[in-house]
Design a binder for this molecule. Structure first.
Ligand code: C5P
Length: 238
């Protein structure tokens, strides 16, 4: 396993450009990746992603979900920003996932960029069983996540985003080398916020998560760099 720092991805969830860049500079020495999400992307677009990518490897978290042709083209454009990791929603189906993986790889190659990892979101960690039933998805969140992870693997993707409690079952079903990216991380004593399925950094690391995505516990801390270093140590110890 890589060291704690390399397994930490800090979510730069902010809409002001200067705040995103300042956070990226602060946490870059303490984290393997930083995540640019919809909030910053909708506000500032691919130029900000390129700028952040010059500071630290970027996970571009756009959770694409549309028909295969549209998602394939969007994944190609996302790959051209130099992002190291991109994602789509597994619920978009295997043809959509396949198109995303293929088009992102082709675009990176044509631009002489390293091949990005393309992963799929299984079930959002903010959804619990009643919320899943509400949208008509069968089974528990864990069952749905496992089903979607297997579909993502069959579609040739590099890994999935899943909740801490699903890591062990997905690892067993999908094997080593399938990237498991895990949000919903809360150091002991911190606020859960809107996350419903959570774990401490140590527990998620111990369960076998490859990359732990942490937002508010770092970005809302008085000293984000120190908070990131403390979480990296917890991952290492896990
Ligand atoms: O602040 P917090 O640690 O909850 O941030 C978690 C980050 O991970 C957010 O940027 C959120 O969009 C993202 N995420 C998630 N659940 C998923 C996929 C991504 O919470 N299934």
């Amino acid at each position: 396993m890589p060291e704690g720092r390399e397994r930490l991805c800090v979510a730069l969830d902010a809409s002001e450009r200067e705040r995103v860049l300042a956070l990226a500079r602060l946490v870059a020495p303490a984290a393997g990746f930083v995540k640019v999400g919809l909030e910053a992307f909708c506000a500032h677009g691919p130029d900000l992603v390129r700028e952040v990518a010059s500071l630290a490897p970027v996970f571009l978290d756009l959770k694409l979900h549309d028909i295969p042709n549209t998602v394939g083209a969007a994944a190609a454009a996302a790959a051209r920003t130099g992002a190291a990791i991109l994602n789509v929603h597994a619920g978009g189906g295997s043809a959509m996932m396949r198109a995303a993986g293929e088009r992102a790889r082709e675009a990176a190659e044509a631009a002489a960029l390293p091949r990005p990892k393309v992963i799929a979101v299984t079930v959002l960690t903010s959804l619990d069983a009643p919320a899943l039933a509400e949208v008509g998805l069968a089974g528990t969140p864990a069952e749905a996540a496992l089903r979607l992870a297997l579909l993502a693997k069959e579609a040739g993707l590099d890994g999935v985003v899943c909740s801490p409690g699903e890591v062990a079952a997905i690892r067993a079903a999908c094997g080593e080398g399938f990237l498991l990216v895990v949000p919903g991380i809360r150091p002991a004593g911190s606020e859960a916020g809107d996350q419903k399925r959570i774990a401490t950094p140590g527990a998620a690391a111990k369960a076998g998560a490859d990359l732990l995505v942490v937002g508010r516990p770092v970005t809302a801390a008085a000293d984000p760099a120190a908070a990131a270093r403390a979480i990296a140590r917890e991952i290492e110890a896990g």
